[in-house]
Design a protein around this ligand. Structure first.
Ligand code: SGN
Ligand code: CA
Length: 534
C-alpha cells in the first residue's frame, strides 16, 4: 500500500503544535536543567573518585557515587580556550578556528547555549571563559577577563567591569548561587555554566587552606625523573620540566629578595600576590614567610634531585590547596540543588578544560597528547537516567558535550557538529555507541612551554602521534603494555603491522573530521602573518 503522506504530515503537525503550545506545562518542566561545572587544568589524578593518593574531594566524588565516572574522557586539543571552543561548538579546532589561546574565537560559530536559549532554556555563565570576547547565547554572564585573578578578581558583566574583593573560587560560586536564588526563571529549564579559574597556574590557595596544605608531603610520581629517552625530540625539548622551568618566585612563592640572595637565575614575571590587600598579604606572609626562611637555609645543600623533590612538593601543596576550595564550592552548589528540589531533574557535569601533569614525566602544564594532559576528568550525574555509582571506560571527548546537552534537551543538533551524543552511555543503551578511536590536534607552537605541533589518533590499545612543522617524527605507544608512555615503539619491527593499521585509521579519521595537511599549513601561515614565525 502506498503511504499516505498528507495524512502523516497532518498528524505530525498536530503533535508539533500541541507540544509547542505547552510551554509552561508538564512537557516543559520535564526538560532537564544542565549544570556544567568546569575547572581549569584540573588533573584527574587530583580527584579522589579517580585516585585518592593526592587529595580527598568528597563533593566532586558525590557525582560519581550518584552518577557515572568516565575513565577514558579526553580532549581534542589540550589547551584552555581551544577546549572551550570545542565544547561550545561541538567541532574540532580546525573547523571552529580557535586553534590556540592567541587566535580570537569566531563568534559566527553556532554554539549549543545559543541553541538551548532559542529552544526556551534560561542560560547563564559565571567564571573563566578566556575567549577575549563575550559569550553569545547567555541571558546573564559574569566572566573573568582572560586568565582572571585568584585574589580580588575583576569580572566582566553585562553592566560593565567590576572588581570583587575576596577569593575567586568563592566569588564565582557566590555569583552562581545569587543567580540561581534571585534571577532564575522557574518557568523555564536552565543551562548554567559554572567555570572555575582554579587550579590554573600560579596556584594561589585560599587563606583557609594555607596551613593544611603547606604541611603535607605527597608521593612522588614514578616518572618524575624521566630523561625523555626512547622518544623523539618533542618530549625532550618541551619547556615544562619542574626542575628546569618552574619558577621559584612566580610558581613556588619564594620572595624575590630570597631568590636574589641565593643568586638564582629565575624568570621575572609579575607576581599576582601583589594584588592582595594588606590583611590578605599578612595572612599569606605568616605561612609563606617561614617556608621562605626554611628554603633559604636548605638551598645551598640541595642538588638537582633534592631540589626537584622540593619543587614538586611545593607545587603540589599549592595546586592541591586550590582544589580544596573548588571541591568545597562544588559542594555548595550541589547542596543548593538539593535544598531547592532541583537535584532530581538536573544533569550535572564535572570536568576540566584538559588534564595536567602533576610531575609525571617531570612536568607541569599540558598540551601533549600523552595521557595526563590528553585525558580529562569527567563525572556526570543525572538521576533517573544514569545508574548511580557506575563507570564508563568508553572513549568520550569534550567534542561530545554539545550534542549530548542538545539531545538531553530534545533539541536537534546541527548536522555539522562533529561529536556524538553520550546519551547511550548515560541511559545504558550502549548498543547505540560504537566509537573505537578519537582524534587529537595541537597547534600552539612556537610558544610558551615549547610543545611541538602534533596530531594523532588513540584507540583503546594504541596511540599514534605525528609531530610536524620543525620536525617530522612519529611516535607509537602500546597503551596496555606501557601505560606510562615511556617507550616509543614506532620503529620496533614487532609493531610494524600496528603502525600500518594505525596509520590507515589515522587517515580515515582525519578524513571523517575534515582535517588535512593543507589546513595545518593554513594555521602555520597565520603564525607567519603575525610574525610569530619567520
Ligand atoms: C599561561 C601560563 C602557562 C599556561 C598558559 C595556558 N603561564 O600563559 O603556563 O600554559 O597560561 O594555560 S603564566 O606564566 O602566565 O602563568 S591555559 O589553561 O589558559 O591554556
Ligand atoms: Ca586550562
Amino acid at each position: 500500500m502506498r503511504p499516505c503522506y498528507p495524512i502523516l504530515f497532518l498528524i505530525s503537525l498536530l503533535i508539533f503544535v500541541s507540544c509547542a503550545d505547552d510551554t509552561s506545562g508538564e512537557a516543559e518542566m520535564a526538560r532537564p536543567n544542565i549544570v556544567f561545572i568546569m575547572s581549569d587544568d584540573h588533573a584527574y589524578q587530583a580527584i579522589s573518585a579517580y585516585n585518592d593518593k593526592l587529595i580527598h574531594t568528597p563533593n566532586i566524588d558525590r557525582l560519581a557515587k550518584e552518577g557515572k565516572l568516565f575513565t577514558n574522557a579526553s580532549v581534542t586539543n589540550s589547551i584552555c580556550a581551544p577546549s572551550r571552543a570545542v565544547i561550545l561548538t561541538g567541532k574540532h579546532s580546525h573547523i571552529n578556528g580557535k586553534i590556540d589561546n592567541l587566535s580570537p574565537f569566531d563568534t559566527t560559530n553556532v554554539t549549543f547555549p545559543q541553541l538551548l536559549q532559542k529552544a526556551g532554556y534560561q542560560t547563564a555563565m559565571f567564571g573563566k571563559l578566556h575567549f577575549g570576547n563575550n559569550p553569545k547565547g547567555f541571558d546573564e554572564f559574569k566572566i573573568l577577563p582572560g586568565q582572571g585573578d585568584y585574589y580580588n578578581p575583576k569580572f566582566i558583566t553585562q553592566q560593565g567591569d567590576t572588581t570583587i574583593q575576596g577569593y575567586v573560587t568563592d566569588i564565582t560560586t557566590d555569583l552562581t548561587l545569587d543567580w540561581m536564588e534571585n534571577r532564575r526563571d522557574t518557568t523555564k529549564p536552565f543551562l548554567l555554566m559554572y567555570l572555575h579559574k582554579a587550579p590554573h597556574r600560579s596556584w594561589l590557595p585560599a587563606k583557609r587552606h594555607y596551613t593544611e596544605f603547606t604541611e603535607k608531603t605527597f608521593p612522588l610520581p614514578e616518572t618524575l625523573f624521566d630523561d625523555y629517552e626512547n622518544r623523539g625530540t618533542a618530549a625532550a625539548t618541551a619547556e615544562m620540566n619542574i626542575l628546569k622551568h618552574m619558577t621559584l618566585n612566580y610558581d613556588l612563592k619564594i620572595y624575590p629578595e630570597v631568590v636574589e640572595a641565593l643568586d638564582i637565575d629565575d624568570r621575572k614575571i609579575y607576581n599576582p600576590i601583589q594584588r592582595m590587600t594588606p590583611e590578605q598579604r599578612a595572612s599569606w606572609d605568616s605561612i609563606y614567610g617561614p617556608i621562605n626562611e626554611d628554603f633559604q637555609q636548605r638551598y645551598p645543600d640541595m642538588n638537582d634531585s633534592t631540589l626537584m623533590v622540593w619543587k614538586y612538593q611545593r607545587y603540589m601543596q599549592d595546586y592541591l590547596g586550590t582544589i580544596a576550595a573548588v571541591d568545597e564550592n562544588v559542594g555548595r552548589v550541589l547542596d543548593y540543588l538539593d535544598e531547592n528540589g532541583l537535584t532530581e531533574n538536573t544533569l550535572v557535569v564535572y570536568t576540566s578544560d584538559q588534564g595536567f601533569y602533576l610531575g609525571e614525566h617531570g612536568w607541569f602544564d599540558k598540551r601533549f597528547m600523552y595521557d595526563e594532559s590528553f585525558k580529562t576528568p569527567l563525572l556526570i550525574r543525572w538521576p533517573h537516567v544514569i545508574t548511580p555509582n557506575t563507570t564508563s571506560e568508553e572513549m568520550v571527548q569534550n567534542l561530545d558535550f554539545a550534542q549530548t546537552f542538545l539531545d538531553a534537551a530534545g533539541v536537534m543538533s546541527p548536522n555539522d557538529m562533529q561529536g556524538e551524543s553520550l546519551m547511550p552511555l548515560l541511559n545504558g543503551n550502549t548498543r547505540n555507541w560504537n566509537r573505537d578511536a578519537v582524534y587529537y590536534h595541537y597547534y600552539e607552537y612556537p610558544a610558551e612551554h615549547a610543545v611541538k605541533r602534533h596530531y594523532g589518533i588513540a584507540t583503546e590499545d594504541f596511540k599514534l602521534i605525528h609531530f610536524y612543522f620543525d620536525v617530522d617524527e612519529w611516535e607509537l605507544y602500546d597503551r596496555k603494555k606501557d601505560p606510562l608512555e615511556m617507550h616509543n615503539v614506532y620503529d620496533d619491527p614487532t609493531y610494524a603491522d600496528t603502525v600500518a593499521t594505525m596509520k590507515e585509521k589515522l587517515k580515515e579519521i582525519r578524513k571523517k573530521y575534515k582535517d588535512s595537511d593543507a589546513l595545518s599549513e593554513k594555521y602555520i601561515d597565520i603564525y607567519k602573518d603575525k610574525g610569530l614565525i619567520q
